[in-house]
Design a protein around this ligand. Structure first.
Ligand code: TYD
Length: 136
């Protein structure tokens, strides 16, 4: 859990509109293989509720805001993301869910690997058992 953190991104302020960029492994601690985003999330919806065995991710509120709740099997931490120029780095073996989406929120996720259904824990008890074993 200690490795998970908010990372500030470069912000080029401009009266025409601001610009932020993310460069592979320079601004975030992994190489990016995949980008996906959540949008049109109805008010009151939750997303996530899983952990990854090996995947590293970086979550940005590209628009609007939402909360990300992290759980390493022993304690929980809630982050409110509402800035396009910062994001939350998630290391492997962290259970997470996202809630409190504002209207128009866009949750952009940069990931260290392609989609792989086998990399997921979707059952919280299985995740806890793996944490207890000390293995992904
Ligand atoms: P899911 O993991 O349930 O979304 P979230 O955790 O954000 O609530 O994914 C929803 C569906 O999308 C599921 O069928 C898997 C599929 N999916 C892909 O095909 N590729 C991807 O990169 C992701 C993240 C999901």
């Amino acid at each position: 859990m200690d490795d998970c953190r908010i990372i500030q991104l470069p912000k080029i302020s401009d009266p025409r509109g601001n610009l932020t960029f993310i460069e592979n492994s320079r601004h975030i601690p992994f190489d990016i293989k995949r980008i996906y985003y959540l949008y049109d999330v109805p008010g009151g919806s939750d997303r996530g509720s899983h952990a990854h065995k090996t995947l590293h991710q970086f979550i940005v509120a590209a628009s609007g805001s939402f909360d990300v709740v992290l759980d390493d099997g022993s304690h929980e931490q809630r982050y409110h993301l509402n800035r396009s120029y910062q994001g939350l780095y998630l290391c492997p073996m962290i259970w997470r869910y996202l809630d409190n989406f504002s209207s128009g929120a866009v949750c952009m996720v940069l990931a260290s690997d392609f989609y792989d259904a086998n990399d997921y824990y979707r059952d919280y008890d299985e995740f806890k058992a793996a944490v207890a074993r000390g293995k992904p």
